[in-house]
Design a protein around this ligand. Structure first.
Ligand SMILES: Cc1ncc(C[n+]2csc(CCOP(=O)(O)OP(=O)(O)O)c2C)c(N)n1
Ligand SMILES: [Mg+2]
Length: 307
């Protein structure tokens, strides 16, 4: 991918990180850690890979994304808003009664959501069924499914892992399915290694019959290349192991289980946004003067504090 395209993706991912922090703070609840770990993957999928059209969310030949780790849907909402599925101003209705932006994705409430997920372990099976259906219909669509590392402790994941390379063979193999592991090494309130170690991850998935690609899930060029490779593999679905950092880009959230499922307070959010944008404390006032959009977000957060 040319450097200019990578820079554009990096800029989108940065904006989306800011929106994730903004909407969670307004909601007063939600999951920042896993939303920040998955956002580079979702940005690359939505803005450099998937065939989709925000004006036609029901286009039969669209590519599908199933966010099996549904609690991280703020990341998905941020890319969907950026792509034009709905206005960014709506993001702060996250988790509010009646809002289409529920705490877990709802395909009835929000067009463009492919599957209601959140009960961990189920999205992968749904994605597999979609991939088979699309193959049987002879459609060109691809299905991308993102699973959490803690999520893969669910038994249902291993039923799908066992089935997907065999389903549809020999005439309709699921080479239109790509499953991506957001391997951030943290689940809920502790480290995966301590709760129930997944290693050896690569060997396990290979043994179940999957071609496996290992990447840094924050390196946009590596993500793009892995998606190219996955698309070129015929006859079997592909599994991408993306090493990530939970809470990526916010120092006090990075690799800290405390920030799995807790919203920042307004002042914490403002600091998080400053760090995401790479601005020092000394330069912050000047930065806000030069960047009215960020200044508006900060003002809105400060107003929350006074409530
Ligand atoms: C079946 C099920 N059990 C428990 C939960 C509660 N839960 C929500 S998030 C989470 C941890 C998920 O960890 P991981 O898959 O690693 O997600 P990430 O680190 O990306 O946030 C758990 C146990 C759930 N949503 N579904
Ligand atoms: Mg995790």
């Amino acid at each position: 991918m040319p450097a200019a395209d990578l820079a554009r993706l990096a800029s989108i991912a940065r904006d989306c990180r800011v929106q994730i922090i903004r909407m969670l703070t307004h909601a007063g609840s939600g999951h920042p850690g896993g939303s920040l770990s998955v956002i580079d993957l979702l940005t690359t999928l939505f803005f450099a890979r998937m065939r989709h059209d925000p004006r036609r969310p029901d286009w039969p030949d669209r590519d599908r994304l199933v966010l099996s780790k549904g609690h991280c849907v703020p990341a998905l909402y941020s890319v969907m808003a950026k792509a034009g599925y709905f206005p960014e101003s709506q993001l702060i209705t996250l988790r509010k009664l009646g809002s289409p932006l529920q705490g877990h994705p709802d395909r009835i409430m929000l067009l463009g959501i492919e599957a209601a997920t959140g009960s961990l372990g189920q999205g992968f099976s749904i994605a597999m069924g979609m991939a088979l259906g699309l193959r049987l219909e002879g459609r060109p669509s691809r299905v991308y499914c993102v699973v959490g590392d803690g999520e893969t402790q669910e038994g249902q994941v291993w039923e799908a892992a066992m089935s997907a390379p065999k389903l549809g063979q020999p005439d309709h193999p699921l080479d239109n399915l790509c499953v991506i592991l957001d391997y951030n090494k943290v689940q809920l309130d502790d480290f995966v290694k301590k709760v129930l170690d997944l290693e050896p991850v690569l060997e396990k998935w290979k043994a179940f019959g999957w071609p496996v690609i290992e990447i840094d899930g924050h390196d946009l060029a590596q993500i793009d290349k892995a998606l190219d490779q996955a698309e070129a593999i015929k006859g079997r679905p592909t599994f991408i192991v993306a090493h990530t950092v939970k809470g990526k880009s916010v120092s006090f959230m990075e690799n800290n289980p405390e920030w799995h499922g807790k919203a920042p307070k307004p002042q914490e959010a403002i600091r998080a946004i400053r760090e995401i944008l790479g601005v020092t404390e000394d330069d912050w006032t000047g930065y806000l003067e030069r960047n009215p959009e960020t200044a508006a977000v900060v003002k809105e957060l400060e107003a929350l504090e006074k409530k």
